[in-house]
Write a protein that binds this ligand. Structure first.
Ligand SMILES: [Zn+2]
Ligand SMILES: [Zn+2]
Length: 282
């Protein structure tokens, strides 16, 4: 069993709870301890039950709470070597956690009952990663791509045949272009090291459709340059055209946790079965 709850997402903080068969981990900790406790409790979890935090990158809205949470609850903090290096400097968190562990590059990192694989994604951070987290027992897999300037060639490959997808859908292109931000900030957001637009997220997710895909969660929506209905409709239309007829698509909010999405690992089973029917070894 794999269950994903976005505890909150946007430029003012991000955290995603992943419950597996054997334990739970958090992806990003961009809220202070008090807010994290409140959000975890709303999702039926206590901080003491979290086995680790996995950071996508060092920006404050993803990492500012990591050091305090690690000190208070003993969470080890995982990240790319670049992310861990950058913690405590510049725009990032104001303290470096005492227990940091680097992801295995081009390989699999075992974190409790989960396997974690990472893919480098372009973003104006030291070494930002998209993550694929597998519940070891059930084989259910979720892909999480938080801040992504543009989709690199390796990402569609890494996100093949997932059960669940969490993807940034930051801005509506028209709203950003006509909105109040200064030109330089508009350029940064829409540039190759910034954030994914609704259209880019929709195009990417529709390319990941397969019959085992159980749910899609859109994250990091701009409160100035986006609206949940716009983001959801854009991706829903793209998914429908790609032949995905499920209704399990929603957009995360900054303030409150989303209802969870879950998978039993059926997608992994389907891959296994199709490999067997083709006479391939699983
Ligand atoms: Zn960022
Ligand atoms: Zn961010």
């Amino acid at each position: 069993m794999l269950r994903v709850t976005v505890l909150g997402s946007g430029s003012r903080g991000n955290a995603i709870l992943i419950d597996g068969t054997d334990g739970a981990v958090l992806v990003d900790a961009g809220f202070g301890p008090r807010s994290l406790v409140r959000r975890l409790n709303a999702a039926g979890r206590r901080p003491e039950e979290i086995g680790a935090v996995l950071l996508t990158h060092e920006h404050t809205d993803h990492a500012s709470g990591a050091a305090a949470a690690s000190a208070r609850w003993g969470w080890p903090v995982y990240g790319s070597a670049g992310t861990l290096d950058a913690l405590g400097s510049g725009r990032s968190a104001d303290a470096r956690p005492s227990d940091t562990r680097a992801f295995v590059d081009d390989g699999v990192t075992t974190v409790g009952g989960f396997l974690v694989e990472t893919t480098k994604v372009p973003h104006d951070a030291r070494d930002c990663r998209a993550l694929v987290v597998t519940d070891t027992r059930s084989g259910a897999r979720v892909g999480i791509a938080m801040d992504v300037g543009r989709v690199p060639d390796a990402l569609p490959v890494a996100f093949e045949r997932l059960d669940l997808i969490v993807i940034e859908s930051n801005h509506d292109e028209q709203m950003l272009a006509r909105g109040p931000y200064p030109w330089s900030l508009k350029q940064r957001i829409s540039g190759g090291l910034g954030h994914l637009s609704n259209g880019a997220a929709a195009a990417f997710v529709s390319g990941c459709v397969h019959r085992g895909l159980r749910g899609v969660l859109l994250t990091h929506l701009s409160e100035t340059n986006n609206q949940p209905t716009l983001a959801v409709e854009r991706t829903r239309e793209a998914l429908r055209r790609a032949g995905w007829s499920r209704d399990a698509l929603s957009a995360a909010s900054q303030q409150v946790p989303l209802p969870p999405m879950a998978s039993t690992g059926e997608a992994a089973w389907l891959v296994h079965a199709s490999q067997l029917s083709l006479g391939l070894s699983p």
